[in-house]
Design a binder for this molecule. Structure first.
Ligand SMILES: Nc1ncnc2c1ncn2[C@@H]1O[C@H](COP(=O)(O)OP(=O)(O)OP(=O)(O)O)[C@@H](O)[C@H]1O
Ligand SMILES: [Mg+2]
Length: 319
């Protein structure tokens, strides 16, 4: 059976101080990949944890098939929703195979212990995430990327209709990132995932949710959501948005890197001496199509000519 997940007027926080998430409404599209993007500390993980019932709302409700999540028995929730938290902690000394097998717990009963279905689910999850060869290794002894793939395997082994993934590509090399994101797309499940990479969000997501300061500021298809204006509004970053040459989805290209100290002292004959008195503005000159060029121009215009800080210098560092 396919389960529907949503939130109404969700208020979330950790103490009496002002809420982290305030009045969030969301209908998670069935059978699609929803990607939540937004700056650090804007409430993405908090929202995901509430959707997975790891955090009880202080106001509003998470709804599973129209029923308040808080009122549904834990086992039923665990059979419907799998959650990979941002920083999961494994029991000390546990092996990969045993950790992945824990994903099957919601399906077990005292009269029905380990079954062929459990065995198959664990094996498939380990193969899909490329960790089968690590089965006997202690999780503590793995690299960050190997460990992350084991956690994804555990979430997959749970075989839930709804899968919530908080930054599943953290620690993964680019090939494994692409593997995991393609895997997520191939699953015939409803997925909600947090991603920091806007380009991956736009490429692999069907539906994007952009958050800022505990609120949703934009939602929709990637081409509707990922614009230079949105990137500036949500991240405070000046960037050009061009079509991804492979998929056509929006590709965010931040402004040029900050100049090296030698480049900042025009006329002093530093190493590489470009001899361009205009300094950092030089490489920013747009040569591409009209759209992005306008974006760059607008970004440059935001700072007064001759300012010491080129627009690209702020917020370029990804987390
Ligand atoms: N367990 C906690 N106790 C108290 N405050 C918390 C806790 N977890 C998160 N917060 C606070 O809630 C706010 C939102 O945190 P959250 O983890 O949801 O951000 P995020 O959008 O996932 O950020 P990131 O991109 O860094 O993962 C932050 O100000 C954070 O300090
Ligand atoms: Mg987070």
């Amino acid at each position: 059976m396919s389960h529907r997940l949503g939130a109404r007027g969700l208020v979330l926080g950790y103490d009496e101080s002002s809420p982290v998430v305030d009045g969030l409404d969301l209908d998670v599209p069935d059978g699609q990949v929803t990607v939540i993007v937004g700056p650090n500390a804007c409430g993405k993980s908090t929202t995901l944890r509430a959707l997975g019932r790891l955090l009880r709302p202080s106001g509003g409700a998470v709804l599973l098939d129209g029923q308040e999540l808080a009122r549904i028995p834990t086992r039923r929730v665990a059979q419907a929703i799998g959650l990979l938290p941002q920083s999961p902690a494994a029991p000390e000394g546990i092996t990969v195979a045993d950790l992945v097998a824990r994903g099957r717990q919601p399906h077990q009963r005292w009269w029905r212990q380990w079954s062929d279905a459990d065995e198959r689910a664990v094996r498939e999850a380990m193969e899909l995430t490329d960790v089968a060869s690590l089965a006997a290794r202690p999780v503590d002894a793995l690299s960050g990327g190997q460990r992350q793939r084991v956690w994804i395997a555990m979430a997959l082994a749970q075989e839930t209709d709804l899968l919530l993934l908080d930054e599943p590509t953290t620690f993964l090399d680019i090939a494994h990132q692409v593997d995991v994101l393609n895997l997520v797309r191939r699953l015939e499940r409803t997925v909600v995932t947090v991603l920091h990479d806007l380009n991956q969000a736009a490429r692999y997501g069907d539906f994007l949710v952009a958050m800022k300061d505990g609120r949703i500021v934009a939602r929709g298809r990637p081409d509707e959501v990922v614009t230079a204006g949105l990137v500036r509004e949500v991240f405070g970053l000046d960037a050009v948005v061009v079509p991804d040459p492979v998929t056509g989805s929006p590709l965010v290209v931040p402004g040029p890197p900050a100049p090296r100290p030698a480049e900042r002292a025009p006329g002093r004959g530093g190493p590489g001496g470009r001899g361009e008195p205009t300094g950092p503005a030089g490489p920013a000159e747009p040569t591409g199509p009209a759209g992005p060029a306008e974006d760059v121009g607008a970004a440059g215009a935001a700072d007064a000519p001759g300012t010491a800080n080129p627009p690209a210098a702020k917020g370029v560092t990804p987390t």
